[in-house]
Design a protein around this ligand. Structure first.
Ligand code: NAD
Ligand code: UFG
Length: 339
């Protein structure tokens, strides 16, 4: 059985669907600090399969130990963590406490119960300011521009230190680029609490009239139209990458690092215009100053994932935005209720 920490979250719920559809047994744990147990219904509706769930905070070691005692876990997909760049800079200690302490507890319990296979959710943010694009996995990491990114970098370093120890750890570190969109069924998707930090959820809420206008954080970057460029990847593609990464844990490599992206970047203006074409809604916007900690441009070199994991993202940017918008419209009332 595979345990998913943070499995009711945006990415975890889509991985749960992929794993259940691949006939894997799964168990989800989450403290529900940034998700709702309603997601469990969505996963069940899509897959028609049963799975385990328990509300647990990773910092509660006693409950973790109890759970590992009760179940025979084979591997862990570790997604649980706080992820807001902005909040991490405002309250660094809570980010170090939640993300680092949570991971240390989990690793210690895994070691106790001899569960030594892990897929870890890292982020492109560990690269900081890229020197060369597309950015590959051997590029320098650590010069991150925010506290959230530093928690990911520190966890990567902790994981590297486990290698060669007698427990025989096998770890895949996945550096996600910008996951967007929703499951094509419209049953599960992204449901940020409060005002969204990320571009797509923000655009959706402006289009619905819940927010006034989009603020474009600077259009004086050294990019063709001056706005920031990112590598957006469909959430279903990203989720499928985890199946490949779990399979790869059977190989000899004790630790491996993979970029999960499409290899192609889109600017804020391009994203806005694709959304407008799809929805038929024009998005009011203003250009403001750059957001602290933002970089101008990043997109992934995806060769390693392609050649080693045999994984590539297949869904277009239009499909990403279409599925995201479909979910947003289908769930408007529910989403309003939670925020
Ligand atoms: P999310 O907030 O939707 O999911 C994370 C889940 O972890 C939430 O359900 C939350 O309740 C849970 N959680 C947080 N702290 C916990 C704790 N101490 N114990 C138990 N559960 C806890 O975020 P997501 O977008 O699904 O991200 C999943 C992972 O991927 C995170 O580690 C995130 O940092 C990483 N990541 C996300 C992105 C992105 O753009 N979404 C990009 C790169 C990396
Ligand atoms: N942007 C705006 N206005 C907004 C929101 C975003 O102009 O209201 C711009 C940003 O400046 C950036 C682009 O849109 O150029 C994308 O911004 P996001 O906030 O959607 O995404 P980031 O690339 O800043 O960060 C995301 C996640 C991080 C993760 C990182 C890399 O939020 O958790 O991708 O994986 F680390």
């Amino acid at each position: 059985m595979i345990i998913l920490t943070g499995g009711t979250g945006y990415i975890g719920s889509h991985i749960a669907v992929e794993l259940l559809n691949a006939n894997q047994e799964i168990f989800i744990i989450d403290n529900l600090s940034n998700s709702s147990s309603d997601v469990l219904k969505g996963i069940k509706n899509i897959t028609g399969k049963d799975f385990g769930f328990k509300k647990i905070d990773l910092r509660d070691k006693f409950s973790l130990e109890k759970l590992f005692k009760e179940h025979n876990f084979e591997s862990v997909v570790h997604l649980a963590g706080l992820k807001s760049v902005k909040k991490s800079n405002e309250d660094p200690l809570s980010y170090y406490d939640n993300n680092i302490l949570g991971t240390l507890n989990l690793l210690d319990v895994m070691k106790q119960f001899k569960v030594t296979k892990m897929v870890f959710s890292s982020s492109a943010t560990v690269y900081g300011l890229p020197k060369k694009l597309p950015i590959n996995e051997n590029s320098n990491v650590g010069a991150t521009t925010n506290v959230y990114g530093r928690t990911k970098f520190i966890i990567e370093e902790i994981l590297k230190d486990l290698i060669g120890k007698k427990e025989g750890w096998k770890i895949s570190v996945l550096r996600y680029f910008n996951p967007i969109g929703a499951h094509s069924s419209g049953e599960i998707g992204e449901n940020p609490r409060g005002v969204p930090d990320n571009l797509l959820p923000f655009i959706f809420q402006v289009a619905e009239g819940r927010l006034d206008k989009l603020k474009i954080y600077g259009d004086d970057y050294d990019t063709p139209d001056g706005s920031g460029i990112r590598d957006y990847v469909h959430i279903e593609d990203l989720a499928a990458g985890h199946i490949s990464a779990l399979n790869f844990l059977k190989e000899k490599n004790p630790i491996s690092f993979f970029n999960l992206g499409t290899g192609r970047g889109y600017s804020v203006y391009e994203i806005m215009s694709i959304f407008e074409n799809i929805s038929g809604i024009s998005v009011p916007f203003e250009v403001t100053s750059r957001r602290k900690g933002d970089i101008s441009e990043i997109y992934a070199d995806v060769k390693l994932a392609k050649n080693t994991l045999h994984w590539t993202a297949t869904k277009s940017i239009e499909k990403m935005i279409e599925d995201g918008w479909n979910w947003q419209q289908k769930n408007l009332n529910k989403l309003k209720g939670l925020s």
